[in-house]
Design a protein around this ligand. Sequence first.
Ligand SMILES: Cc1cc2nc3c(=O)[nH]c(=O)nc-3n(C[C@H](O)[C@H](O)[C@H](O)COP(=O)(O)O)c2cc1C
Ligand SMILES: CCCCC(=O)C(=O)O
Length: 389
Amino acid sequence: MEDGPVNLREFQELAKRNLPKMYYDYFSGGAEDQFTLRENVEAFQRIMLRPRILVDVSKIDMSTTLLGYNMSSPILVAPTGSQQLAHPQGELATARAAAACNTIMVLSFASNYSLEDVASTCSAVRFYQLYVRSGFDAFCLCFHCFITCSFEQFLQVFKRRDVSAALLQRAERNGYKAIVVTVDTPRLGRREADIKNKMIMPRNSNLEGLISVDVNPTGGSKLEAFASETLDPSLSWKDIEWLKSITKLPIMVKGIITAEDARKAVDAGVSGIVVSNHGARQLDYTPPTISVLDEVVKAVSGAVPVLLDGGVRRGTDVFKALALGAKAVMIGRPVVYGLAVKGEHGVRSVIKMLQNELELTMALAGCPTLRDITRNHVMINYERPRSPL
Ligand SMILES: Cc1cc2nc3c(=O)[nH]c(=O)nc-3n(C[C@H](O)[C@H](O)[C@H](O)COP(=O)(O)O)c2cc1C
Ligand SMILES: CCCCC(=O)C(=O)O
């Protein structure tokens, strides 16, 4: 008999028992009615598998590459903020676990440990997730925009560049291999549990010395207050161009769920796209990510790798995403639950569990390598099943 949780859902139940309600609600919650939160998971359950038989599956190879970096399987760690609320070792533990599993961790802009601390804790390949932020704390001069923009536009651009540029430089210096720009968060989604709980705003080491944010101590969610002072709602496609101009690192965009935006992203010269609705924490009633993967993959037509996150809880879910054209998937909440249950060891167990499930799925579906997984291995019915009553 196995000890401890045997699947990712059981990790969630244990995490719920281990964590204070405020923190569990923050990690598990979604926006408003949480319709998309449920759908992200349930949409996977409306896709059936079409296994092929009598294929030699005595050896299964799950290894792959992303932007030229080797990975043991197509499962990455998504950026999630404030991991110290789950475990004192926070992002350090997650980074070590990702390294041990030979996968890539995307470190959140909203991490508690600094990107330097995380870099020095392990030598694995890491990406850095960036929110482009606003604020007037320090200025850097940009003559190009001074000449080409109105004064108002100039100030707009001016005010958000310094901190983002500083973070990019630090990411480069500390060996991060790509920048993942999150583009679905011009403002924070309305997370009602956080409002009720008066969610705290934990320490953000990356921003220390760069900005000081005045978070209203009497309001609802402090995280929301922090976000409204920190995130830049004027971010637009031209800023992707600017980011590209100030870093040599490849830039991926995270938060695309339409073919139209996927085409724009390719035109803007990004190196990868993450189909994501931010784990249903931003705009409620967006479609579940797995249901729009197909349209994004078609629009991109192989120009850049397409990743997916949102609701991936089973090896079969990973398989379904790959069958629909994803190069890899990312997991958000399950990692945090693993962290809350058993720190680094818990995160390792979560990643390994999903990898083992994927390996078994590939064997049972007659796919010895990732290349063997095709569109013909899935059957889709995105209609919500009717209640039998
Ligand atoms: C607690 C929490 C914090 C998150 N913080 C960030 C963040 O700082 N930056 C970001 O781009 N996405 C963030 N996300 C979104 C995740 O990167 C990812 O898109 C999402 O969690 C995937 O869905 P899943 O949790 O169902 O796997 C966060 C998600 C959660 C649950
Ligand atoms: C402003 C930081 C927000 C972190 C985040 O992205 C999330 O909680 O979903």
